[in-house]
Design a protein around this ligand. Structure first.
Ligand code: NAD
Ligand code: IPM
Ligand code: MN
Length: 368
């Protein structure tokens, strides 16, 4: 296969973890006989410094014509000032909107070899296998914002808006996903307070009744969901929720696996349009440039790019298998290592995972 992959390394640890993901994709291409062309483009703070815009037109254009897009992370304190008129995060939001990637899949798996890495008890997290489907192009992230004088001093407004059509399409995506898994879907909202959540619940209820009657569907309030995720995470299969709730719940869910640095994501839009693949973590500015960043979230995002972005399921399986082998062998970065183990650096992990991939392919290639 020929594929044109646009990489958006971004800021902070973004370039470091993206480099390791590219290394793995390159190894996959070599092993399986594909031709992947990589084209890097600026986004976020790096793009603001270079062009004044957090998402230059040329970057959006390159992403739209790509086979798939791989992103590192954006943001950092140098672009965070109150007086800032343009912010790195706006580039990421504009990219999500510009690609129309409304469904953000964030899987959380806890294999046995990681069960003792979590801050929760191993028996609570062992075997967890859930996916959060986060609506990604609506809600408060994209509603009108304003600021001005009000009765109690300055006033700020963020509008949260959802339409039936926006809820239906992401509900269908989550329903299809649940159907291919354990058939359970938990839709998360705040319908006891928010009007957008009441529309969310009504719409999800109708779509599930009409099109997914084979699934077991429940509705969970977001505050209770945050609690159940820690109490009994193994009970969840697919969690469907709106943009802001999904952002918060997935950082929490990451800790089931032991670190935010582990979680990948796939952001998908209409069939035939390029997906956006990125770890869920941010730019981690305090550890940037020190070979400390956990590259597994980015590497597993590359696996999702192979599976969901390029329909290369066997290749994706191979990457996920060697990642689990690496974890079992103790190839863990500082955020997961304990006092008794020496942490591995970002580069060393990328090199080791690439070597494991090549080793795994040896039996097939050694029969010369
Ligand atoms: P963060 O995810 O960057 O960091 C949170 C904590 O986790 C920090 O202690 C950090 O050191 C650690 N961490 C994160 N990723 C790690 C990794 N791969 N390996 C090891 N440790 C890791 O979140 P934050 O500190 O709240 O935000 C920092 C900046 O990143 C902000 O500017 C924010 O807007 C941005 N951000 C960007 C994205 C994105 O690009 N998708 C996501 C979240 C935050
Ligand atoms: C994420 C991040 C982004 C979000 C920020 C950087 C805009 O936290 O991808 O989870 O809130 O969606
Ligand atoms: Mn987030």
């Amino acid at each position: 296969m020929n594929a044109n992959i646009v990489t958006l390394p971004g800021d902070g640890i973004g370039p470091e973890v993206t480099a390791q993901a590219v290394r793995i994709l390159t190894a996959v291409a070599d092993l399986f006989g594909h031709r992947f062309q990589f084209e890097s483009a600026p986004i976020g703070g790096a793009a603001i410094d270079a062009t004044g815009s957090a998402l230059p037109d040329s970057t959006l254009h390159a992403c739209r014509s790509a086979s798939a897009v791989l992103l590192g992370a954006v943001g950092g304190p140098q672009w965070d000032g109150a007086e800032a008129t343009v912010r790195p995060e706006q580039g990421l939001l504009a990219l999500r909107k510009g690609l129309g990637v409304y469904a953000n899949l964030r899987p959380v798996r806890v294999p046995d070899c990681l069960a003792d890495r979590s801050t929760l008890r191993p028996e609570v997290v062992r075997g967890v296998d859930l996916v959060v489907v986060r609506e990604l192009t609506g809600g408060m992230y994209f509603g009108d914002k304003s600021r001005g004088p009000g009765e109690g001093g300055e006033e700020a407004i963020d509008v949260c808006r959802y339409s039936t059509a926006e809820i239906e399409r992401v509900a269908r995506r989550a329903g299809q996903l649940a159907r291919g898994r354990r058939g359970r879907l938990a839709s998360v909202d705040k319908a006891n307070v928010l009007e957008t959540s009441r529309l969310w619940r009504e719409t999800v209820t109708r779509v599930m009744a009409e099109e997914f009657a084979d699934l077991t569907v429940e509705h969970v309030l977001v505050d209770a969901c945050a609690m159940h995720l820690i109490r009994n995470p193994g009970a969840f299969d697919v969690i469907l929720t709106e943009n802001l709730f999904g952002d918060i719940l997935t950082d929490e869910a990451a800790m089931l696996a032991g670190s935010i640095g582990l979680l990948p994501s796939a952001s998908l839009g209409a069939p035939g349009t390029p997906g956006l693949f990125e770890p869920i973590h941010g730019s981690a500015p305090t550890i940037a440039g020190r070979d400390l960043a956990n590259p597994y979230g980015a590497i597993l995002s590359a696996a999702m790019l192979l599976r969901q972005g390029l329909s290369l399921g066997t290749e994706a399986d191979a990457v996920e298998q060697v990642v689990e082998q690496a974890w079992s062998a103790g190839l863990l970065p500082a955020d997961l290592a304990d006092a008794s183990t020496t942490p591995y650096g970002t580069e060393a992990i990328g090199a080791a995972v690439a070597a494991l991939l090549t080793d795994a392919a040896m039996p097939a290639t050694a029969t010369r």
